[in-house]
Design a protein around this ligand. Structure first.
Ligand code: OYP
Length: 577
């Protein structure tokens, strides 16, 4: 059965240390020379097996392992998890290759309805809802709030100079008694700008070049219709071949423009919001924790359950998903060189501040947007996590000077800030911890990211991506330049082909489905903490999560489209998929 290196730790198959069970101790709490030297040898041995690696330049460092097979036994999936992971993937791929065959020998692939033929057994209620409603304006807007990539939308105070939308162009989308200028002032106009995709080299798949655009999308918070798109430009520079698309355009032209925005969303969502900003960020913490904190350290005990399985899933991602011959190279437009360039761009501008939900919403100017469930639930979860972390930290650190004097903790933050997040001057995380408050914030960020933020990005991916036209993984034609020349043939030749679509469905199902062996947030299967006060803090944490669960369920009652990704019972305790 599964053990994280709290109870024992192995080199090869030899048990090197049995952990002293019981009270958590900082280095200053250990007084016997034997205890102190025990801490030191434990860390020396750990640093031999868990080493930093720069898998690629310009992104966070990761664990030094060629594949998951190189990981120490303690960091590996258990048998049940491994066979489920491999089995579910084979099941999905087999199912879809059968469909692909059936279609190839059957009718042709020439209408949007043909996507229904691969939409067959792997289904979910929201995926079906998407299939029914994906063309509707409110549904398109809704996904920026409560889809899988809810961190892109920003308030627009003035129209960007490279996106020359005029009041006339959008007047028919607004309520009649107002103007664009007034709505900008009132704070009802929003922008999604995928500038980060500008100039990213596109993949070549079986000799065909794929295409990537860097769209700008303007949205309006309509008092009755909700958030709706009102103008789209598919590249950053306005030009006669880069028209501004409007809802009043020929319907297929407007539809294709929206699909290009959704295609940009796929790339940003998977590589930046999901892979970089959750998986890779948490891996840094995981490696630093294993290298710098002995298992008896209170912060090790606090974090270990939130770091379970993350090393193995990330190793699998590096070898099978983003590797030179991985899934991205085979079916996604940013596969090949593009994905690394894109991740490097995001890494350069990544800030510690943006990982803290309060600041994220404030900085994007979206604190008042209506029906932004992701925001509301994130903030509530943040508070519950922050309370819990404060409770635990205050048990072990009575003053700021105790933080400064904890040499192991200082080595840990130094490893995080200077090794893991290497070459990141504007990240904003100092390499020393000076106060308990700084420690509490950092631990809250770690737990929030490995639980809530990962759930918010990962768990909806099948719902929003299974209906491929709603979130295409690649585009096989360049963006349209002539609004009047958009035909259904062009759309079908642009969207992913049958086999790309099948892989998109299979992988997003595999990753997004409820994991059968999931440990829900706040359930600690191994008893790391034994002190009554710490156990009480954990019980209180669980109680608050349960209350939050009830609140979220009640709030969703009667909603046609429910937002349940941040129900604590559906959030995993760590990034395991
Ligand atoms: C690892 O070979 C992971 O079939 C998923 O990676 C799938 C595999 C291995 C198996 C691939 C194979 C998980 C960690 C991660 C992450 C975040 C990014 C996820 C991106 C998903 C992209 C879906 C692509 C659909 C076309």
């Amino acid at each position: 059965s599964y053990t994280f290196p709290c109870y024992r730790w192995l080199v090869g198959d030899k048990v090197v240390v049995e952990l002293r069970e019981g009270t958590a101790k900082k280095i200053s709490d250990d007084t016997l020379p034997l205890e102190i030297s025990h801490r030191k040898t434990e860390l020396q041995e750990r640093q031999k097996i868990y080493r930093w690696l720069a898998w690629a330049p310009g992104i966070p460092k990761c664990i030094d392992a060629k594949s998951e097979a190189d990981l120490p036994q303690d960091a590996r999936f258990d048998n049940e998890k491994r066979s489920d992971f491999v089995g579910s993937l084979q099941y999905a791929l087999l199912e879809l290759s059968l469909k692909k065959l059936a279609i190839k020998f059957g009718k042709s692939w020439n209408d949007l309805d043909d996507f229904k033929r691969i939409f067959w057994k792997l289904r979910s209620p929201i995926a079906e809802y998407t299939m029914m409603h994906w063309k509707e304006e409110w549904f398109f807007g809704y996904q920026f709030l409560n889809g899988s990539n809810p961190r892109m939308i920003t308030r627009c105070k003035e129209i960007p100079s490279n996106f020359p939308v005029t009041g006339d162009m959008v007047q028919s989308s607004l309520i009649p008694t107002t103007t664009l200028k007034q709505e900008l002032k009132k704070g009802n106009i929003f922008l999604v700008d995928h500038v980060i995709l500008d100039g990213i080299p596109a993949n070549v798949i079986r000799d065909r070049t794929q295409h990537i655009a860097s769209p700008l999308c303007l949205l309006y918070e309509h008092p009755e219709k909700g958030l709706i798109p009102i103008a789209i430009q598919l590249e950053q520079k306005p030009d006669k071949d880069t028209p501004i698309f409007l809802p009043s355009d020929p319907p297929l032209a407007w539809l294709l423009a929206k699909m290009w925005v959704r295609h940009a969303e796929f790339q940003v969502f998977q590589l930046l919001s999901h892979l970089l900003r959750t998986h890779l960020v948490v891996e840094v913490i995981c490696v630093a924790t294993l290298r710098q904190l002995p298992a008896v350290h209170p912060i090790y005990k606090l974090l270990a359950p939130h770091l379970r399985y993350t090393l193995e899933i990330n190793c699998r991602g590096r070898t099978q998903l983003i590797s030179p011959d991985g899934i991205f190279k085979r079916v996604v437009s940013t596969g090949g060189d593009g994905l690394l360039i894109l991740a490097q761009r995001e890494y350069k501008v990544l800030t510690y501040r943006s990982l803290q939900p309060k600041f994220d919403f404030l900085d994007r100017g979206v604190t008042k947007l209506k029906d932004y469930f992701y925001r509301d639930h994130s903030l509530m979860l943040w508070d519950v996590i922050h309370n819990f972390v404060s409770g635990i930290v205050s048990l072990y650190y009575k003053s700021d000077s105790e933080i400064e004097q904890d040499s192991e903790l200082q080595a840990w933050i130094n490893d995080v800030a200077t090794e893991g997040f290497v070459d990141l001057p504007q990240f904003g995380l100092a390499s020393e911890l000076k106060t308990t408050e700084e420690l509490i914030t950092l631990l809250s960020v770690v737990i929030f990211t490995s639980t809530a933020q990962h759930a918010a990005t990962n768990n909806g991916q099948f719902d929003w991506c299974a209906w491929v036209p709603n979130t295409p993984c690649t585009m096989r034609h360049p963006p349209p330049t002539d609004k009047d020349a958009v035909t259904m043939d062009l759309i079908m030749e642009t969207l992913p082909d049958i086999s790309q679509s099948c892989v998109q469905m299979a992988i997003t199902w595999h990753l997004g489905r409820a994991q059968p062996d999931a440990i829900p947030m706040g359930q600690y299967m191994e008893q790391y903490f034994t002190e009554p006060a710490a156990v009480r803090a954990i019980d209180k944490f669980r109680k608050e999560l349960k209350e939050l669960e009830e609140q979220i369920i009640a709030q969703n009652e009667g909603l046609e489209l429910q937002y349940l990704y941040l129900c604590p019972s559906r959030i995993e305790n760590s990034i395991t998929i």
